[in-house]
Design a protein around this ligand. Structure first.
Ligand SMILES: NC(=O)c1ccc[n+]([C@@H]2O[C@H](COP(=O)([O-])OP(=O)(O)OC[C@H]3O[C@@H](n4cnc5c(N)ncnc54)[C@H](OP(=O)(O)O)[C@@H]3O)[C@@H](O)[C@H]2O)c1
Length: 289
């Protein structure tokens, strides 16, 4: 798969974002990040997802600066997502985003997300939570206006957080990054994102590794001669949902990219979607005021 053939989605900013990106949560050692980015670029990944919380922005930026020329690519060929640490929610958001920009050292950030609707250290039901995230958004809107953040968005918002945001934002979020896999189909949030023109992006598509041994996923994989991870990722992209599989294993990084050369039948899509039970592998934001 070449860079030009990487399937993408159109954001409401007018930018194209690749449907496939490499997740980097828990990739921390610089040599591990370097190796994963090298393999990923060679097999067609053109998007990378990091966060201040992952403590690997500097290593990712360095790896890309070193490796893009090796793969005949430039900065414009890749799409970089990073996120505001919940401890920096509110007045510190601008400073934090500028720090991410300098840690990555790639000139600009393609997409900057508010990582979590709450503020680190503040109780979930505290009324300062909505005030802080509204302040963060206003500051990110300024940086977006200055072109430092090409697009801005949110992550882990509930439908209530999203509706509240739509009342006050000047810039609509370009994207919402949420947990999404066959056991958590997020019907209401997908409908809201569609209504608001916000791209819905999946994280933890492989259920943090757990879903590869789900019996239904394994049966579908066997019947179409693909790996369970490919089936899980295909299930999402076949619905137009961008994915961010994480792996530190070169064979898996490569395998997880081979999801654009086959189609799941309607019956298999339905069997997988029928696993929906609201199960979350990641923290639940529903109690955050
Ligand atoms: N916005 C947020 O709050 C948020 C939350 C969670 C995640 N994310 C983003 O989304 C990315 C992906 O989510 P995730 O890391 O939670 O989970 P994930 O991608 O669903 O699963 C990653 C786990 O699955 C294993 N794995 C990967 N490919 C595999 C394969 N082909 N076969 C079997 N096992 C495989 C990996 O192990 P190996 O490394 O050993 O292969 C790792 O343990 C993150 O890295 C991060 O960038 C964002």
């Amino acid at each position: 798969m070449s860079a030009s053939s990487t399937p993408s989605v159109l954001l409401n900013t007018g930018a194209q974002m690749p449907l496939l990106g490499l997740g980097t949560y828990t990739l921390q050692k610089p040599e591990e990040v370097h190796r994963a980015v090298d393999v990923a670029l060679s097999v067609g990944y053109r998007a990378f997802d990091t966060a201040t919380y992952y403590e690997n922005e500097a290593a990712l930026g360095r790896a890309l600066r070193e490796l893009l020329p090796k793969h005949g690519l430039t900065r414009e060929d890749v799409f970089i997502i990073t996120k505001l640490h919940p401890k920096d929610q509110g007045e510190k958001a601008k400073e934090a985003a500028l720090l991410s920009l300098s840690q990555l050292d790639l000139g600009y950030i393609d997409l900057y997300l508010i990582h979590w609707p709450g503020t680190h250290g503040v109780p979930e039901t505290d009324p300062s939570n909505p005030v802080n995230r509204a302040k963060s958004w206003a500051l990110l809107e300024e940086l977006h206006g200055q072109g430092k953040l090409k697009a801005i968005g949110v992550s882990n918002y509930t439908p209530a957080h999203m509706k509240e945001m739509m009342q006050s934002c000047k810039v609509r979020p370009a994207l919402h990054q949420v947990e999404f896999h066959p056991r958590l189909c997020q019907a209401e949030m997908r409908r809201l994102c569609k209504e608001y023109g916000v791209c819905f992006q999946a994280y933890s598509s492989i259920g943090q590794g757990d879903l590869v041994t789900n019996p239904v996923v394994m049966e579908v994989a066997k019947s179409c001669q693909r790996t369970p991870a490919q089936v899980l990722l295909r299930w999402a992209v076949q619905q137009g949902v961008p994915v961010l599989p994480k792996s530190s294993n070169p064979e898996r990084i490569e395998g997880n990219a081979k999801i654009f050369d086959f189609t799941l039948s309607d019956a298999d899509m339905d069997r997988l979607s029928a696993l929906d039970c609201g199960h979350k592998y990641c923290p639940d934001p529903s109690k955050v005021l």
